[in-house]
Design a protein around this ligand. Structure first.
Ligand code: 5GP
Length: 141
């Protein structure tokens, strides 16, 4: 699949679409998933145009997964999680719905299931509060 520069994550990178950002540097961006499957569901993306795991230079993937680890540390702390699920879907057949490479970071609590994928939009105020909690919990560089 050819990369579509008008996909919603590309617009978020360019600040043409809103998002509750939790972390940003020259090459990566992390923000709240608008339809969280659990409270604290965060997405981490490279800023380079990459459709999926098959379409990203290894160096960019390395940087993105390093940021994913930092975000996972913050999410675990901010939501007192028992565990953290990191997921990456490549290709429609795998369930991918936004065709800009991203890693899902979901805090998980024992015995609590996650909600349906990309279904219910969370209130802005809730996403803002969760983003602030994660920003506060980010480890130092
Ligand atoms: P995928 O299905 O591609 O693995 O995941 C795409 C994710 O992006 C879903 O979890 C969905 O809730 C989220 N999402 C879809 N549109 C938007 C949006 O406009 N803003 C944000 N922040 N997340 C989105």
């Amino acid at each position: 699949m050819k990369y579509d520069a008008e996909n919603v994550f590309a617009k978020i990178i360019r600040d043409e679409a809103p998002a509750h950002r939790v972390y940003e540097d020259d090459s990566t961006l992390a923000f709240m998933d608008i339809m969280p499957q659990v409270d604290g569901h965060t997405l981490v993306i490279p800023k380079c145009p990459a459709v999926d795991i098959f379409d990203v230079p290894a160096e960019m993937l390395t940087r993105t997964i390093a940021v994913t680890q930092r975000v996972a540390v913050a999410v675990r702390s901010a939501f007192s999680a028992d565990g953290v699920m990191v997921a990456q879907l490549s290709g429609a057949a795998a369930g991918q719905t936004v065709f800009h490479l991203h890693f899902h970071v979901l805090p998980r609590h024992a015995g609590i299931d996650f909600r349906l994928h990309a279904k219910d939009v969370a209130p802005e105020a809730v996403l803002a509060e969760h983003a602030e909690r994660i920003r506060q919990a980010l480890p130092a560089d």
